[in-house]
Design a protein around this ligand. Structure first.
Ligand code: AMP
Length: 572
C-alpha cells in the first residue's frame, strides 16, 4: 500500500528542500532553525505531490509538516466564491484555531488566506469569508459538513486534503462525516493523513482514501543502556501561561551551578532570555541567528562565571562542552526523543550526577511517553513547588548559611553592636532582623515568585473504557451512536463525573455538539472531556469531577443545537 519516501539528505534545511522563498522567510522570522524529524521525512514526498500517511503526535512539528507543502502548492487568491484550495480536518475547535493560526503565520508572506470553521462560532463571519472564497479551510468535520449541506462550502476545486489527528476524529465519532466529506472532493487531490497511532480503522481509511501513500513514522532507535549518564529526570506539567513562572520557581528551588535551558526556536530563546533577565537571573541567549563572535563571547562568559543560565536552541548548543553544567532544562519538550537524549547528555558528565527538568504542556504527554520508550528510563512527573515549598527551601538555605558562619566564628566584632541593641530589644528579635536583612539582600532584583502555579494532574493514559451506556434508571438504554463511544482524554487522569444530558440522537445531537458546548460555554479544554455516549433520548458525558458543577451551570444557561436541555449528574 505504501511506497518508500524520496529521501532528504540528513543535513537538509528548509531552503534546500525547495520550499518557496516566502515560506523559508516566514520560518526564519519564526526562529525555526532546522526541520524536525517528521518534517524532514514528510516534506520531500508531500512537495513531490505524493499522498502521505504520517504517524506523529502533537509536539513533533506535524502541523508545519503538512502546512508548508500545502502552502507551497497554493496559488493564493485563486479560490472562487464558496470554494477552497485546501481543506484541513481536525477533531476539535482548539485545534482548528491552533492549526489555522499556524498556517496563517507560515503563509502570511505568500498572502494566503485561512479560515477556521468550528461549531459554536458565529456563522455570519464564516459565511462572508466563504462567499469570497478562501485558500485554506481548517474545519472540524461536523461544521464542514454543515457548510457543505448548505452549499456555502464547495469542494470541487480542492487540491489538498489533510486529516489531522485522524485517530482523535474517529474516537469522537466523526467516521461517517469524514467519509461524506472525502467523497465530495476531487479524485486527483493530494491527501495527507496524520495520526498519533495506527489502529486498524486508520489503516482502513488510508487504504480507501490515500493513493500509494508514503508512510512516515519516525523510527525511534533505542538508546543502549549505559549511553545515558546518571541523570535525575523530572517533568512538570504546566499550562503554557505559567511556564516562565514555573521555570523561575524551579531555578529558585534547584539553585543550579550552571544550566542550559533549551527552547525550540530562536524567537523563544530571545523572549525567554529577556524574561529571565527581567526576573533577576543572569541569562545569555545562544542560537543560530547570532554571529560566531557573539556565540564565542557567551560561551566564554559561561565557562568563567559562577552561576549562569544559557538559553539555547538545539542547533546552537550542538557540540558545546560545558563541564560544570549541573542542570539541563527543557523549556519545551523537544520535537523528537533523540533531541531529548542529546540535550540531557550535556549534564551528568564525568561521573557526576546531573538533573534534567522538562516542562510539559498538558497536550504533550505522548511526547514524554515516546521519550521514555527510547531511553528505557522513567521520567518522574512531579508538581511545581508551591510558594510554601519555596519559602521552606529559602529558610533551609538561610539556616545552613547561618550555621556555617556560627561554626566558623569570627563575628566577635559585631557582638558589641548586638549588646547595644539588646538594651532596647529582645536578642531573638535582633537575630531575626539580621536574618531578614540577609534574606532581602539575597532576593534583591529577583521577581517575587509569589504567584501560585496551578497543579495539573500527573500524566497517565487512561485505560478504562466504559461499557454499554445506562440510562438514569440504571438500565441499558439503547445502542450508543456508532463511533461516538469512548473518547480518550488527551490529558491526565482524574476523578470523573458522568453528566446526563436530556437530548440525544433524536434531537440531532452529535459528539461534536457536546464537546463544542462544553468547551465553548464552560471553558473546559476539550482534552479534559472524557467518554461521550449518545442514545436516542439522552447523552452521557464524562467531565473531571472538580469541573462538573461549573459545566452543569454553564450548559443550563446555554442551548445545544438551538434548544435548552436538561442537565444533571448521572445517578447510576
Ligand atoms: P506541532 O507538533 O505541530 O503541534 O508543533 C509543536 C511545536 O513545535 C509548535 O510550537 C511549533 O511552533 C514548533 N515547531 C514546529 N516545527 C519546528 C521547527 N522546525 N523548529 C522549531 N520549532 C518547531
Amino acid at each position: 500500500m505504501t511506497s518508500a519516501p524520496p529521501s532528504a539528505p540528513p543535513d537538509a534545511t528548509f531552503e534546500s528542500l525547495g520550499l518557496k522563498p516566502q515560506l523559508v522567510e516566514a520560518l526564519t522570522s519564526l526562529g525555526y532553525e532546522e526541520p524536525t524529524p517528521i518534517q524532514h521525512a514528510s516534506l520531500p514526498p508531500l512537495l513531490a505531490g505524493k499522498d502521505l500517511l504520517g504517524i506523529a503526535a502533537t509536539g513533533t512539528g506535524k502541523t508545519a509538516a503538512f502546512a508548508l507543502p500545502l502552502l507551497h502548492h497554493l496559488t493564493p487568491g485563486k479560490a472562487r466564491p464558496h470554494t477552497t484550495s485546501a481543506l484541513v480536518l481536525v477533531p476539535t475547535r482548539e485545534l482548528a484555531m491552533q492549526v489555522s493560526e499556524a498556517i496563517h503565520r507560515y503563509g502570511q508572506k505568500l498572502g494566503a488566506t485561512v479560515l477556521p470553521l468550528y461549531g459554536g462560532q458565529v456563522i455570519g463571519q464564516q459565511l462572508r469569508v466563504l462567499k469570497r472564497g478562501v485558500d485554506v479551510v481548517v474545519a472540524t468535520p461536523g461544521r464542514a459538513l454543515d457548510h457543505l449541506r448548505r452549499g456555502t462550502l464547495q469542494l470541487d476545486h480542492v487540491q489538498t486534503v489533510v486529516l489531522d489527528e485522524a485517530d482523535e476524529m474517529l474516537d469522537m465519532g466523526f467516521a461517517d462525516d469524514l467519509e461524506a466529506i472525502l467523497s465530495g472532493t476531487p479524485e486527483d487531490r493530494q491527501t495527507a493523513l496524520f495520526s498519533a497511532t495506527l489502529p486498524p480503522r486508520i489503516a482502513s481509511i488510508a487504504e480507501r482514501h490515500l493513493r500509494q501513500p508514503v508512510r512516515v513514522r519516525i523510527a525511534k532507535e533505542k538508546v543502549e543502556p549505559g549511553e545515558l549518564p546518571r541523570i535525575q529526570q523530572t517533568a512538570f506539567v504546566v499550562p503554557r501561561a505559567f511556564k516562565i513562572a514555573a521555570l523561575g520557581r524551579l531555578l529558585d528551588v534547584e539553585s543550579p551551578t550552571a544550566a542550559i535551558i533549551f527552547c525550540r526556536t530562536r524567537t523563544e530563546v530571545d523572549d525567554l532570555t529577556v524574561s529571565l533577565n527581567g526576573r533577576g537571573w543572569r541569562a545569555h541567549a545562544l542560537h543560530g541567528g547570532m554571529t560566531q563572535e557573539q556565540r564565542d563571547r557567551v560561551i566564554k562568559q559561561l565557562k568563567s562565571h559562577g552561576t549562569d543560565l544559557l538559553v539555547a536552541t538545539d542547533v546552537a548548543a550542538r557540540g558545546l562542552d560545558i563541564p560544570r553544567l549541573s542542570h539541563v532544562v527543557n523549556f519545551d519538550v523537544p520535537n523528537a526523543p533523540e533531541a531529548y537524549v542529546h540535550r540531557i547528555g550535556r549534564t551528568g558528565r564525568a561521573g557526576r550526577e546531573g538533573v534534567a527538568i522538562t516542562l510539559v504542556e498538558p497536550r504533550e504527554h505522548r511526547l514524554l511517553r515516546n521519550i521514555e520508550k527510547v531511553t528505557g528510563q522513567r521520567i518522574q512527573v512531579a508538581t511545581v513547588p508551591t510558594v510554601a515549598d519555596l519559602r521552606a527551601k529559602r529558610q533551609e538555605l538561610l539556616r545552613a548559611t547561618l550555621r556555617e558562619v556560627l561554626v566558623a566564628g569570627g563575628q566577635d566584632s559585631f557582638r558589641s553592636l548586638v549588646e547595644d541593641l539588646a538594651g532596647e530589644f529582645e536578642p531573638l528579635d535582633i537575630a531575626a532582623a539580621a536574618v531578614k536583612l540577609l534574606q532581602d539582600a539575597q532576593d534583591e532584583g529577583r521577581a517575587k515568585e509569589e504567584e501560585e502555579i496551578p497543579a495539573v494532574a500527573p500524566l497517565q493514559e487512561r485505560k478504562d473504557r466504559p461499557g454499554r451506556p445506562t440510562g438514569p434508571g440504571g438500565r441499558p438504554s439503547g445502542r450508543p451512536e456508532r463511533g461516538s463511544g469512548p473518547r480518550r482524554p488527551q490529558q491526565g487522569s482524574w476523578d470523573t463525573t458522568r453528566l446526563w444530558i436530556g437530548a440525544g440522537r433524536q434531537a440531532g445531537i452529535r459528539p461534536a455538539d457536546l464537546v463544542g458546548a462544553i468547551a465553548g460555554e464552560a471553558g473546559l479544554d476539550s482534552s479534559r472531556i472524557g467518554a461521550i455516549q449518545i442514545t436516542d433520548a439522552f447523552s452521557l458525558v464524562e467531565v473531571p469531577e472538580p469541573d462538573a458543577n461549573r459545566v452543569i451551570a454553564a450548559l443550563k444557561a446555554a442551548t445545544i443545537r438551538g434548544r435548552k436541555v436538561l442537565i444533571r449528574k448521572d445517578r447510576t
